[in-house]
Structures are given as structure tokens and as C-alpha cells.
Design a protein around this ligand. Structure first.
Ligand code: GLN
Length: 559
């Protein structure tokens, strides 16, 4: 029988439920259990695909093309289970399903209500995750206990033990235990109130994970245990980690979180095998190099807008045993202040994906700067499209070359709408999405990074490189090193004359893991380190050896 863990959050939002849930999943997997992760989001949007990054940060794309909450990125980076459409439900999706059923006459004339129809739909969404090959499903409930919009989800998980048995469910509540400087004390009252609110709904948590700035003494843990009606060993401290988020699972292990959970469910497992995690922490703590990367984007001031990009750069740093300093630079600032002022001194420049015209000229200036000064450059999605525009304007001589996304009447539409997009009218879920195969050209930089002839990467775009311009671009020195299998779509472009100039139409950042850096990020950061240390031409070091390929291994893990 599959066991179910529910993770709720209290006291404040942004308390780190996603990271904590992912860490729990990681620890249980490290004990040999088969884990699946799910997030239920109380907002009404059907998915986050149409939301601005200012709302909930980046949109995380899965292999199956679903556009999901960024917490799913934590789940994929920390655990190995494949995520699918069923891994993320919103209130909007749940209601949509119920309303569609109502229109089809499914409810046979009954009044359709939040309880039981919406709550049953939520229950079924959770049950869909359970199957004989899954030991534990971890379901994170978005939002904070006390929010009106989260109530149907909490009611559904309150009822859930009635369907599968209380012994098969574990409720974890993540709360804040603040430290009051003036009183020089930590305060447990918000936690007591938050648990009180949960109990009013009918949920008695089995475990409390307490986010705190200062360690919680045994006495205080005893107090929380008593007031909140949980055993002492189920009051787990999760202290803020300034150094790295990858410390979180190790610290939860030290507080015996996984031991409590496995005992509670009656799993007999060896202690967690955390060798890979320990070794990544060792690399983080003992860097041999330093490197700095500028990420130039429209939403650079928002720390979560390019979450997976920042994480992937860190993974590449871990791979090279390098401490990486990432600067988030607004592309519109480059338009004001110029690339020289804002970009000089960085060892690599990355332009991430995006939509809309604001800051485009700044990105073009950044690309030109990287190209002319031979600074390693990595473009992703819109970053690739901008690289093509910049090359078209500066090198091919196509004055005013542009993407039709930004200038419909450009004389040189080097980036144009994908054919399949021409009749699309709705915005939600209609881009070219999810995993698509791509063939790599032998001897290219891309091939040297992947060591593969064909790859699969995730996409999220409507525009593409305009094939009318392919020959002209090639004649001026651009190489199209990755193409869709029928050759019709440009997926990767590079400049062989440059030390590292590579741009991709897909989103490699969705396939990088802390224990397995993505080959392109590893190659890019490697080139940046090389530029910094000025050791071009020297024999390769350990960090230049081919790295295991996350794409290939994820594919084989499925079979
Ligand atoms: N706006 C561009 C397109 O739709 C790029 C999208 C992206 O960067 N994800 O093609």
C-alpha cells in the first residue's frame, strides 16, 4: 500500500515548503524507497504558464509539456522520480475537471458542491499518484494554513485517511519559530496558533518542521511538542542555511527526520546513502577555482524568475569545483548604462529565455559585447533568438533584422513564428512545449559537450530561427549544430571562431541536477573558468573529462 505524506505550511508564506518537501523525498529515496512528488496550488489559474515571473517566479516545464510551479524544479533536482501532468494541480484545474464533468451530465442531476465534488476531485488527483511501484507519495499543499482559497485542499487531505487508512498517512506541518531580538528569545506561539488552525480543520499534524534562525533548545521543543500534541522526536528543527540550500536535507537527516518517517510507516530500510550529496557538499566547501557569470535578463531583479538557470550554474560550479558568483543584470539597465560599464570583468555572459520587447536591445548589446570580446556566451531560448538577431545585424549585414515577436514589419525576420503556431489563438498551454528530440552535428561544441549524436530537451516557445536565412548565416561563420530530426528547426547555434559562443532554442536548465550538472552548463562554466585562469592550450584537467549525461541517464531510467 502506497504511503502518503502531506506537507502544509503555516505562520508565513515563502517558508520553504518546496525545498523541504524535496529534501524529504531525497532522504527517503536515499533509504531505497520509491518516491513520487506532487504539488497542489490553491490559485485559480489552470497552470502558471500564463503568469508573469513576478507572480510565482519561473514556469517549470516537464518532459510531457506541462507548465508547472517552480517547486517541481526542486523535486526533480533532489529526487529521481519522473514528474508528469499529475504532479501539479491548481484550483483552476480541479474546478475545470468538475465543471467539464457537470456539462457532460456526469453528476446525474445532483447539485455540484465544493464538498464532496471538488474535494473528491482533489482526492482522485492525489490517488492518481499512488501505484504498486510507489512506496511514498509526497503531496505539498501550496499557500499558508488560514488562506481561504486553500480550504478545499485541506478539507480533501483531512478526508484522505478515510479513503486509505490513517496509518498510511503522515501530516507534516512546516512553521516558523521566530527569534525576537529584543526579548533574546525564540517564540513558539505562532507555531501553536498555526497548529491550532489546522486542528480546527480536523488535521492533527504528526510532525512539525520548525524553520528558525536560532537553534531551538530541547526545552522549547518539548514545549512545542506538548502544546501541539506531537511526540518530541517529531519536532524537527530546520535552521536557515546561509551557505547552500543543499545543506537542508543533510540537516534534516541530522535531526532524524527520515528515521521518524520510516519508523512511523513501518518501513525497514538501511540508513540513507548520501555519498553523492556529501561529495557535492565537499566540492562546494572546497572550491579550487573562482568564476563570475553575468545573467542578463528582463526579470533579473527577481530572484526566482530564472531559478533553474541559477541552480544549473551552481551545479556546473560544483562539477568544476568552482565557486561561482552570479550577477543578475537587468537588460534594460544595459540600454541605459552600456555593456562596458555593467559587464566588464565577468568571465561568462548568459541570456535566459523570455517574452516581450522590454530590454531586448540591452540583450543584443550584451551579446555583441560577449561576441566581440571573446567572452564565453550561452543563450537560452529568447537568448538564442537574440544571438541570431545580433549576428544578422552586425555580421550578415541585415540592418534592422528582428524577431516578428517584436517587430511584425521587420525587413529581415530572422526569427519568425513557428508554422504550427500560425492558427493558435489561445495563450494557455499552446506553445511548443516539452521534450523534443534534437540531432547534434559531429565535431561541434554541442557534440563535444554531450558526447551524443541525439538528445532530448525541453522546450517552451512560439518563435524559431527563420530557415530562409540559414545559408547566409552559415556563409558568415555561424554553425547550426543542433537540428530537429527532420532538419526543419534550428535547436542550437554556435560560432566556431569564438572560444565559447553557443545558444539553444530549448531549456537545458530544466534537466540539470546538483549531483549531475547539465553538459552545456558544465561546458559553459568550464569555458568561463578557462578564460579567467587564462590557461588556454594547457593539457586538460580532471574537470575537463566527459561528464555523465543527465539527458541520457534520465531517458534510460524510464525504460
Ligand atoms: N518569446 C520567445 C518565443 O516564444 C522565446 C520564449 C522563451 O524564451 N521561452 O519563441
Amino acid at each position: 500500500m502506497t504511503k502518503h505524506i502531506f506537507v502544509t505550511g503555516g505562520v508565513v508564506s515563502s517558508i520553504g515548503k518546496g525545498l523541504t518537501s524535496a529534501s524529504i523525498g531525497m532522504l527517503l529515496e536515499a533509504r531505497g524507497l520509491r518516491v513520487k512528488m506532487q504539488k497542489l496550488d490553491p490559485y485559480i489559474n489552470v497552470d502558471p504558464g500564463t503568469m508573469s515571473p513576478y507572480q510565482h517566479g519561473e514556469v517549470y516545464v516537464l518532459d510531457d509539456g506541462s507548465e508547472t510551479d517552480l517547486d517541481l524544479g526542486h523535486y526533480e533536482r533532489f529526487t529521481s522520480g519522473t514528474l508528469t501532468r499529475d504532479s501539479n494541480y491548481t484550483t483552476g484545474q480541479i474546478y475545470l475537471r468538475v465543471i467539464e464533468k457537470e456539462r457532460q451530465g456526469f453528476f446525474l442531476g445532483k447539485t455540484v458542491q465544493v464538498i464532496p465534488h471538488i474535494t473528491n476531485e482533489i482526492r482522485d488527483a492525489i490517488l492518481r499518484m499512488a501505484d504498486p511501484s510507489t512506496d511514498v507519495v509526497i503531496t505539498e499543499i501550496g499557500g499558508t494554513v488560514g488562506d481561504i482559497e486553500g480550504l478545499p485542499f485541506l478539507e480533501a487531505i483531512r478526508q484522505f485517511p478515510l479513503a486509505v487508512g490513517r496509518e498510511n498517512c503522515l501530516f507534516i506541518h512546516l512553521t516558523l519559530v521566530p527569534y525576537l531580538k529584543a526579548a533574546a528569545e525564540i517564540k513558539t506561539k505562532p507555531t501553536q496558533h498555526s497548529v491550532g488552525q489546522l486542528r480546527q480543520i480536523g488535521i492533527q499534524p504528526d510532525m512539525l518542521i520548525c524553520r528558525c534562525e536560532q537553534s531551538i533548545s530541547r526545552e522549547e521543543r518539548e514545549k512545542i511538542a506538548l502544546f501541539c500534541n506531537v511526540p518530541l522526536e517529531a519536532v524537527i528543527e530546520e535552521k536557515d542555511r546561509d551557505f547552500s540550500i543543499y545543506e537542508v536535507p543533510l540537516s534534516l537527516r541530522d535531526h532524524r527526520l527520515d528515521e521518524f518517517i520510516t519508523k512511523r510507516f513501518g518501513f525497514v530500510t538501511p540508513p540513507p546513502n548520501l555519498d553523492a550529496w556529501d561529495s557535492l557538499m565537499f566540492s562546494l566547501r572546497n572550491p579550487k577555482h573562482e568564476v563570475s557569470i553575468a545573467v542578463v535578463g528582463k526579470y533579473a531583479e527577481h530572484k526566482d524568475a530564472y531559478k533553474s538557470i541559477y541552480e544549473s550554474i551552481d551545479h556546473a560550479g560544483i562539477h568544476h569545483k568552482a565557486s561561482v558568483r552570479v550577477a543578475r543584470i537587468l537588460s534594460s539597465d544595459i540600454e541605459q548604462e552600456g555593456p562596458e560599464r555593467l559587464l566588464s570583468g565577468y568571465d561568462g555572459i548568459l541570456i535566459p529565455g523570455g517574452f516581450g520587447e522590454r530590454g531586448i536591445e540591452g540583450k543584443l548589446q550584451a551579446i555583441r559585447y560577449a561576441r566581440e570580446r571573446e567572452i564565453p556566451f550561452f543563450g537560452i531560448c529568447l537568448g538564442m533568438q537574440c544571438a541570431a538577431i545580433e549576428f544578422g545585424r552586425s555580421i550578415v549585414g541585415l540592418t534592422d533584422a528582428h524577431s516578428t515577436e517584436f517587430n511584425k514589419d521587420t525587413p529581415h525576420p530572422v526569427i519568425c513564428l513557428l508554422d504550427e503556431q500560425r492558427n493558435v489563438t489561445e495563450l494557455g498551454g499552446t506553445m511548443r512545449l516539452g521534450a523534443q528530440p534534437c540531432k547534434l552535428i559531429p565535431n561541434s561544441l554541442a557534440h563535444q559537450a554531450y558526447h551524443l549524436d541525439s538528445i532530448s530537451e525541453r522546450h517552451r516557445h512560439r518563435y524559431e530561427f527563420n530557415n530562409v536565412y540559414r545559408n547566409q548565416f552559415e556563409a558568415h561563420g555561424m554553425r547550426f549544430s543542433g537540428l530537429s530530426p527532420d532538419g526543419s528547426l534550428v535547436e542550437i547555434l554556435e560560432l566556431p571562431s569564438h572560444p565559447f559562443f553557443l545558444a539553444v532554442q530549448f531549456h537545458p536548465e530544466f534537466k540539470s541536477k546538483p549531483t549531475k550538472a547539465h553538459p552545456l552548463f558544465a561546458k559553459f562554466v568550464g569555458a568561463a573558468i578557462e578564460r579567467r585562469t587564462g590557461r588556454k592550450g594547457k593539457p586538460p584537467t580532471e574537470s575537463d573529462t566527459p561528464i555523465s549525461n543527465p539527458v541520457a541517464s534520465q531517458e534510460s531510467a524510464k525504460t
